[in-house]
Design a protein around this ligand. Sequence first.
Ligand SMILES: *[C@@H]1O[C@H](CO)[C@@H](O)[C@H](O)[C@H]1NC(C)=O
Ligand SMILES: *[C@@H]1O[C@H](CO)[C@@H](O)[C@H](O)[C@H]1NC(C)=O
Ligand SMILES: [Zn+2]
Length: 616
Amino acid sequence: MTKIDPNTLANIDDVTTEHLHLDLKVDFEKQRLIGSVLLTLKTLTEQVQEVVLDTNHLIINGVYDGEDSEKSLQYKFDEEDSKFGRALHITLPGSLSANQIVKVLVKYETTKECGALQWLEPSQTVGKKHPYLFTQCEAIHARSLVPCQDSPGVKITYSANIDTPAPLRALMSALRINEEPEIVGDSRIYKFEQKTTMPSYLIALVVGELEGREIGPRSTVWSEPAMIEKCAWEFVDTEEFIKTGEELLTPYEWGRYDLLVLPASFPYGGMENPCLTFVTPTLLAGDRSLVDVVAHEIAHSWMGNLVTTKSWENFWLNEGWTMFIERKIIGRMHGEPTRQFSAQMGVKALEADIDFFGQKDPLTCLCPRLRGVDPDDAFSSVPYEKGFNLLYYLEQHLGGASVFEPYMKAYVQHFAGKALCTQEWKDFLYAYMEKTHGQEKVDLLNQVDWNGWLHTPGMPPVENKFDQSLTHACTHLAKKWDEHREVPFEASPKDIENFTADQKVFFLEKVLETKPLPHNAIEAMDKAYTLTKVQNAEIRFKWQMVCLKTEYQPIYPEVAKFVVEQGRMKYTRPLYRALYKCPSGSQLARDTFIKNKSFYHPICSRLVEKDLGLVN
Ligand SMILES: *[C@@H]1O[C@H](CO)[C@@H](O)[C@H](O)[C@H]1NC(C)=O
Ligand SMILES: *[C@@H]1O[C@H](CO)[C@@H](O)[C@H](O)[C@H]1NC(C)=O
Ligand SMILES: [Zn+2]
C-alpha cells in the first residue's frame, strides 16, 4: 500500500496521535526551546511495537513511558533526509493490539537549524527593546518545533505550558487559560488549550512584547505596542467576516478569533493558526484596502482547519475551498461584482505562476505528485486559484448558488473534524447531488473533464466567464497605454481618480501583460499617477514589477528598499527575481539579499537563495 502522505516519515497507518502536551521554556539567550512533549497515541493495527515520529534538527534528551517517567524507552534515529528530516523510532512498552492508548514523553530541545522558528533580535522589532520569537509550521516544519506525526491527516488536540521571560508574553494557536503568567519558582508560565482537533501544521507560538486590543465580541488584535492603534483600526471588520462565514457554513467552532500582526519578516500574507491568525504588517495600508486577507484566514476556520486535506498533494482542498469561501464572504458584504472582480485578479495570479513554473510542469496540476518534493518548493497560486476555478465552474455548471451553497454547508457538516483526499471529496459531491437532486445532476457531473481539472498541468480546461463591470475601466486604460506607447497621450490623475486600490492593481497587472513600455511612457505614467510614492503594498509591488520588466533603472533603489523593509514572499521573491533578470540589476539583487539575509525568515531565505542562483 502506498502511503497517503508522501511527506511524512511517521508510521501514521499503525498509530495515530490524539493529544499533544507541550512543556517548554523559551530561552532567548541560547535561542532555543527546551522541555518536553507528552504524546497520547492510539494504535490502529495489531501488534504495534513502535511509533515513528517526524523530527528535523531537534536534539532528543530522553524518551520515557508517559505513565511512568522513571521508565525510559528505547529510541533510535534514521539517517537524515535533507527534505523531510530524521525519523525517530521509539519502541513502545510491549506489543500493543489495535485501539489501545499509550503515552510517550519525549524530552527535547530545538536548535538554530529549526526552520519553524524565527528568533528576532531586538533590532529587528518595531520596539527595538526586546527579542521576539514566532513559529511557522506549514507545510512540514512542525517537526522542527516538536517531535510529532507531522502529517495533515493526523488531527490532534493540544495543550501547552510555556515558560516565558519577563516582561514578554506568549500566545499560541489555542485558547488562553491565564491572562497573567503563573509564577512557579523562577518560571512565568502561560497556559493554553486547543480542544478542537487540528493538524500539526497549525501549532503556533509567538513570544514578544505584545499588547492586545479588543476589536469584536470574540476578537482581540495583538501586536507590538507601537503598532496597536493602527492594527485595531485596520481590522475593525473582523466580526462581520466571521458572521458572514457562519451564515454561509456552520457556527464558528473555535471560540476566539484573534489576530496577531507580526514583525516585517513574516513570510506570508496570513497564516490561519486557529484562535490566532498570524498576519503580515504589509496589510496595514491605513485605508482597510487589504483586509481581504483576513476574510481568507477566517474562511480557513472551516476549510483547512476544520475540514483538512490528508496530504499536501490535495492542498487545493484547503486553499481552493478557502478562496471560494473568501470570495463568497466578500460577495455577501460588498456585492457580487466585487467577488467577480476578485476572481479575475485570481486568474491573473494563476497565469503568472503557471508561466513561472512552465505550462507542462507537473507541479501545476491541481493534485501534484509530491513524493520526494518539499511542499514549500511546490507552493504557488495553483491550489488556490485553479481550485477556486474548479469550484466556481461546478457552481455554474450545477445550477448556481441555490444548488451549490447548500452543498457547501453539507460538505462542512460531513467532514468537520476529519481529513480527506480529493477522491473522497468527489465521492461526497456525487453522493450529495444524487441524493438531493437526482440523476440529472449526476449526468452533469459526468460531463466534467475531471482528468483535465485534477491531473493535467497548465491552465484549467474550462475558462470561466466573469462579470467585467469593475475590470472594464482598468483593461481599457491599460490598452490606451499600450496603443500610445510611442506617442504619449494626455495622461492625468483623473484617469484613475475613481479606481479602488484593487482596480489600480488590476490596471498595472494588465500593463504587465503587454510588451515592456518605453521609459518615457513609464515616466509619464508615474508623473500622472504618482505610483512610485504609493505606500499600499500591492500597488507598490505591481508598479515596481512594471518598471523592472522594462529595466527602468530609476526604480532600482525603490525595489532594494521594499525588499528589505518586509519579507513577505508574495512580494519579495518576484521582485528579487525580476531585478536579478535585469542585466543591470543582477548584482544589486544579489548584494542586497546577501547583506540582508539574516532579516528574512528561513523559508523565504532558502527560496530567494535558489531564485538568485546562489545555491542549486
Ligand atoms: C469619477 O466620479 C465622479 C463622481 O461620480 C465623476 O464626476 C467623474 O467624472 C468620474 N471620473 C472619471 C474619470 O470617470
Ligand atoms: C540591509 O543591508 C543594508 C546594507 O548593509 C543595511 O544598511 C540595512 O540595515 C539592512 N537592512 C536590514 C533590514 O537588515
Ligand atoms: Zn490560505
